[in-house]
Design a protein around this ligand. Structure first.
Ligand SMILES: Nc1ncnc2c1ncn2[C@@H]1O[C@H](COP(=O)(O)OP(=O)(O)OP(=O)(O)O)[C@@H](O)[C@H]1O
Ligand SMILES: [Mg+2]
Length: 282
């Protein structure tokens, strides 16, 4: 076969192979429950038969390893430094989730040299071939790292609590995403809600303003009730869906996982996630 034919066959193959679907978990305010949501949602999606990679993209204060109670020998900073490959830092959690540990105190993505950034994103890109879903736990706020990771995803799930300060900051994230002309799916998850009514009001507050002033549609990712079992599980260093599968927070999250599996929000895109992240810096 001529080299040109071969190349076009290969391109066709690449086009038809769907890349993993990526969900970025983001928030304006810190401490609203992103890492707990990312970890426990990953576990539920994995239990449902998906191959799931969970990336700790909180490059300042990585802590998914603490939540999962695993010892990290090497992390993303080692991949950037070139001393380890991505395969060498992946931790296979008992739940089947592949954890990619973040790096505490890692230089910001924007501060890395072009070469280092390309290196990092290329190696993370390998994850897409081997997984159905990639869940990215972002750091809080509107920094360039968060925005580039989030805007590369197929779906950005903004987590807020019903507190007015979290709501205001959650809206700021939606606004920043919209200003970057994000074309994917945006949803809002209300965590630590007292009841369903409060969660619905919180969702409406953000969704209405986003529609009116930004023309941005916000899907309803549902809510998770405030549940003392969550901090209890964190103290035991066990994901709450495993420690307390029947607690109210676990039930709420199971409903979300079921919706994600059946909904279009998990449909992947043709261009890989990490390639899109790289494009944001181009
Ligand atoms: N549904 C819930 N009910 C009660 N407590 C919760 C709930 N969700 C999270 N928490 C508690 O909130 C705290 C913060 O959670 P988590 O670390 O997941 O937030 P985060 O958004 O990732 O924070 P950061 O911005 O620092 O990364 C934890 O101590 C956790 O126990
Ligand atoms: Mg976190």
């Amino acid at each position: 076969m001529a080299a040109e034919d071969q190349a076009s066959k290969l391109r066709e193959l690449m086009r038809s192979s769907r890349t993993a679907r990526t969900i970025a978990v983001a928030s304006g305010k810190g401490g609203v429950g992103k890492s707990n949501v990312a970890m426990n949602l990953s576990i539920l999606l994995s239990a449902a038969g998906n191959r799931v990679a969970l990336v700790d993209a909180d490059l300042g204060l990585a802590n998914l390893d603490v939540l999962a109670n695993v010892a990290v020998r090497a992390n993303l900073s080692h991949v950037i430094a070139g001393s380890h490959t991505l395969e060498q830092i992946i931790i296979d959690l008992p739940s089947g989730v592949q954890l990619i540990p973040g790096a505490s105190g890692l230089a910001k993505l924007a501060d890395l040299s072009e070469f280092q950034r390309a290196q990092l994103l290329r190696s993370l890109g390998h994850l897409e071939a081997d997984n159905d879903v990639i869940v990215v736990d972002c750091s809080a706020g509107l920094g360039p790292d968060v925005m580039s990771f989030a805007c590369g995803a197929d779906h950005i799930m903004v987590v807020t609590t019903p507190e007015p300060t979290a709501v205001t900051d959650g809206y700021a994230v939606v606004k920043a995403i919209t200003q970057r002309r994000y074309g994917g799916h945006v949803s809002l998850l209300v965590n630590m809600a007292t009841n369903r009514h409060e969660a619905r009001l919180t969702h409406q507050r953000i969704a209405t303003v986003a529609r009116q002033f930004l023309g941005q549609r916000i899907f309803d990712a549902g809510y998770i009730l405030a549940d003392p079992k969550v901090p209890e599980a964190v103290r035991k260093r066990e994901p709450f869906v495993l420690a307390y599968p029947r607690c109210s927070a676990s039930r709420c999250l199971a409903a979300l996982a079921a919706r994600l599996r059946s909904g279009e929000s998990l449909v992947g895109q043709q261009q890989g996630f990490f390639r899109r992240v790289a494009n944001w810096f181009a």
